[in-house]
Unconditional design. Structure first.
Length: 165
């Protein structure tokens, strides 16, 4: 997978054009699916030890897990992404894959996962999860792309959530 710079610039411009948090999150989820040619992306909100699915974009099918919550204590790799602000990937064909993440991927019908935190000034605001089909493994370029766009989303969220002066 190779994403051209013009595609990333256009994606960033689409994100910056959003004027509401729901609009930004919806555009972000669609952008990750399109740029990574992924089947789905979910964006969740961090509330203490809980992650709540806010937005999901799928190439096909329904968004069936909106409002679903997960305890981060049940998913150590997810917790690490949130606490350390470092993206992580899970690939079902990897024998060392985190068992909790692998079980959830199987339940959801995907073969891989790329996770990145959405960071704002005071910590992690949320989590981006980009899902891959069976046999797909996300590469370093894709991880870098998601990391960069997640940072952009965090900056935009900070601006959108500031009270008007």
């Amino acid at each position: 997978m190779s994403v051209d710079q013009p595609e990333v610039v256009a994606a960033t411009e689409r994100l910056r054009a959003e004027t509401s948090v729901p609009g930004l999150l919806g555009t972000a989820a669609r952008t990750f699916v399109e740029l990574l040619d992924a089947p789905a992306c979910t964006i969740s909100r961090v509330i203490g030890d809980l992650l709540v699915d806010l937005i999901q974009h799928r190439q096909t099918g329904n968004q069936d897990r909106l409002g679903h919550g997960y305890l981060m204590s049940d998913y150590p790799l997810t917790r690490a992404v949130i606490e350390e602000r470092e993206p992580q990937t899970v690939f079902l064909d990897d024998p060392t894959a985190d068992p909790a993440e692998a079980a959830l991927l199987r339940e959801l019908g995907f073969g891989s996962l790329l996770m990145a935190a959405i960071e704002v000034r005071d910590g992690a605001w949320g989590l981006i999860e980009v899902y891959g089909e069976e046999g797909r493994q996300f590469n370093d370029e894709e991880v870098g792309l998601v990391r960069g766009l997640a940072a952009e989303v965090g900056e935009l969220l900070t601006r959108l959530e500031q009270p008007s002066q």
